[in-house]
Design a protein around this ligand. Structure first.
Ligand code: ADP
Ligand code: SF4
Length: 687
């Protein structure tokens, strides 16, 4: 399909200082859990973005000095010349596709744990380390320290140019950099020319920009990433006052302004808490005070919204981290007129969990993310079929849909059957819950793609039995029948059933809640991800009195890793949900629960007219079990393999289910069970 001319504006080149971005698509810096430790994986991932049409592809934050060691997190490193080759891998991969490579240089100041380097952290003034409860303090910088820091930054810029970068950042964002700590009056208590007035507090940022321009400005663009608002009112930088004043003060100094809100949870809000384009109100002033190009973010996936940002003069370049992760080929798809093929980010922040757990990035929508180098997976191409197998995929949740899509793309004949009239499995059900509507994109993208494949048949309202599988005639059967929540309370905190749960008529699982529950409710969340708090929120919005009990020390404890925990706990508290942490449910008599303190084991009694229990799930594996008991019949039916994928193999996240479906479709004929499943980056031993 030819491109709609209204999107042409997105493909205009933009001059950024001495370099030119070929279009307006700009992959802003984002963490990925690969960084300095897995440079080949990192380079391949960035290279795929460049291949997908992004005019600029950036690194994550790159530490410039051992005193900026942010261990255990794995970011980029440019401590000395020996770090240049690893970063050059990335610039080569990016340049191969005609894109510009950008590097975000950072000294993380008091945020550096220095747990690896054992250096002392530095800050504008003496202050406790802001690295999560690390028992250390940063020392206040002397004038000599400031001079040294400026030299480190300059040296890093020169090295970055040697590594092949086209755009070099001075970073004052997310409250994660020394340049920003100097700007913040709450962190900068200096009385010399670097403290006090905003002009003084901005002096270091100005000097860093000038130093960088002087060092590399003839060849490289110098970008500033600046948080114009910290969303903390008068206590922080705000777009109405100091955020605006800083941009006014330094307006024409950098070649590019990359602007956003701070801190990271505010910048990368999930779809549960913010809509596409949510940063506009904060950043729109920037273009009115500078003539330099401006890039900003807002989880942009709709080309119409992007065009509107440009036409209304909000931004010059469409910045994206998550939309480029979910669909590295987003620009190419718009360019080619294939807008319906865009794999839209659902705003779940599973991608952030890679950084937080120091493991390679993963994505709910894009199962190839992070697998570009170690598995050789590409987001848009799949290997052609290797034989004449035909497939029956039973279950059209995220795993079944993805498996059928990839098998179909490979050229196999596929039948995808689901008991329900509507496809999507848990995604369809959960997307009806408060704040989760965008999650339906997991289903919609895949259904759209399946509808274009002639070799895939979709069978709705078809509950498949073992007899039907035998009669069907497919050579391979994939079981993707999902899972269901346990009612007996077995999970992490209780490894045996909770006395009273099985007998009571008023113990419900999330599966029941989606169909309706009445009365004051006690939600027992031993699952610790999003669903317990979402159900508490739904029940509260439905008018019930709700108590949320969790054995963890906070609500939805795992969501620390998706940047949502604070917002989730605030939301349930604001809604009037009673929150009860560090308590396990150990007994229920039908109207009262026994709660046990996880520290003292002391018991308290609480009334509960109904309990919603989220502890763990059981696979829906009846069909797989039945077929496994009929080896002769399956062989006689010509079935060569029956494989379970997704939640019916082992219940997990939606991201894990999509990955499981994708993996089976790609690897069933290519990877033997005993083979190493992926390539590793091993430490080189010199001896
Ligand atoms: P996953 O996350 O692994 O993809 P889901 O629970 O989201 O799993 O989806 C499982 C899907 O399988 C549901 O849509 C359900 O209706 C369907 N299903 C379960 N058992 C059968 C069956 N015997 N025949 C057809 N569809 C089934
Ligand atoms: Fe978007 Fe979720 Fe993928 Fe991150 S993991 S890019 S938020 S879909």
């Amino acid at each position: 399909m030819p491109r709609d001319s209204r999107f042409d504006i997105l493909f205009e080149p933009v001059r950024i200082g001495p370099v030119i971005a070929k279009n307006r698509f700009y992959q802003v810096p984002h963490c990925n859990g690969m960084g300095y430790a897995r440079p080949q994986a990192h380079a391949a991932m960035r290279g795929v973005k460049a291949e997908g049409g992004w005019a600029v592809v950036s690194t994550e934050e790159v530490e410039i000095h051992p005193s900026s060691d942010i261990s255990p997190y794995i970011e980029g490193r440019l401590w000395d010349d020996r770090d240049v080759p690893a970063l050059a891998l990335m610039t080569d991969a990016v340049h191969k596709h005609g894109a510009l490579a950008a590097i975000e240089l950072v000294h993380t100041g008091m945020n550096a744990s220095n747990l690896y380097s054992r250096e002392i952290s530095i800050a504008p003034s003496p202050i406790a380390s802001s690295a999560s409860y690390v028992p250390a303090q940063a020392r206040g910088m002397s004038k000599a320290d400031i001079r040294n820091y400026r030299r480190w930054h300059r040296d890093a810029a020169l090295r970055a140019r040697r590594a092949g970068f086209d755009i070099i950042y001075v970073y004052a964002g997310h409250s994660l950099s020394l340049a920003m700590h100097f700007l913040q009056s709450r962190h900068n208590h200096r009385t010399d020319e670097y403290g006090g007035s905003l002009v003084n507090r901005a002096r270091l940022l100005r000097e860093l920009i000038e130093d960088t321009k002087e060092a590399v400005g003839a060849d490289c663009a110098v970008a500033v990433r600046f948080a114009v608002d910290e969303l903390r009112g008068a206590d922080g930088i705000s777009a109405e006052s100091e955020g605006r004043e800083v941009v006014e003060m330094l307006a024409e100094l950098p070649d590019l302004w990359d602007v956003n809100v701070s801190d990271w949870p505010n910048d990368s809000k999930t779809s549960r808490f913010a809509a596409e384009g949510y940063q506009e109100a904060f950043v729109r002033f920037v273009k009115t005070v500078t003539t330099k190009p401006v890039v900003g973010v807002g989880r942009f996936t709709s080309p119409d919204t992007m065009v509107s940002q440009i036409r209304r003069g909000v931004l010059d370049l469409i910045g994206a981290a998550r939309p480029s992760i979910a669909d590295p080929f987003l620009p190419k798809k718009i360019e080619r007129g294939d807008v319906d093929d865009i794999r839209e980010c659902i705003g779940c922040n599973v991608c952030v969990t890679g950084d937080y757990t120091m493991t390679p990035i993963r994505c709910t929508q894009n199962p190839t993310m992070g697998e570009e180098w170690r598995k050789g997976w590409h987001p848009e191409s799949v290997p052609p079929r290797s034989g004449n197998d035909s497939f029956l995929v039973v279950g059209a949740g995220p795993s079944g849909l993805e498996c059928a899509r990839v098998l179909g793309r490979r050229g196999y004949t596929v039948h995808l059957a689901d008991a329900g009239e509507q496809f999507g499995g848990r995604v369809t059900r959960e997307s009806r819950l408060p704040g989760l509507a965008a999650w339906a994109r997991v289903r919609d993208y895949r259904l759209n793609q399946l509808n274009t494949l002639q070799n895939v048949q979709l069978l709705r309202g078809s509950r498949v039995t073992a007899e039907e599988v035998l009669e069907f005639g497919a050579t391979r059967v994939v079981i993707a029948t999902g899972s269901h929540w346990r009612r007996d309370g077995v999970g992490r905190a209780n490894v045996r059933p909770i006395p009273g749960f099985d007998a009571a008529h008023n113990v419900f699982t999330p599966d029941d809640v989606l169909d309706g529950v009445t009365g004051p409710v006690l939600v027992f969340d031993d699952d610790h991800y999003y669903l317990g708090a979402v159900l508490a929120e739904k029940l509260r919005l439905d008018g019930h009195d709700v108590t949320l009990v969790t054995p963890a020390e906070r609500v939805s404890a795992w969501t620390v890793n998706t940047l949502e925990q604070h917002a989730i706990q605030k939301r349930v508290l604001d809604l009037g949900v009673e929150v009860c942490t560090n308590r396990n449910v150990v007994e229920f008599d039908g109207s009262r629960v026994v709660l046990e303190c996880t520290y003292t084991a002391r018991h308290t009694i609480a009334p509960a007219a109904a309990i919603v229990t989220l502890t763990s799930r059981l696979p829906n594996d009846d069909l797989a079990q039945q077929l496994s008991e009929l080896p002769d019949a399956t062989a006689a039916a010509g079935i060569v393999a029956i494989t379970s994928i997704g939640d019916c193999l082992a219940p997990g996240t939606i991201a894990a289910a999509v990955y499981s479906g994708h993996r089976h479709a790609r690897e069933f004929d290519r990877l033997a069970v005993d083979e190493m499943p992926f390539e590793r980056e091993l430490t080189e031993i010199h001896r």
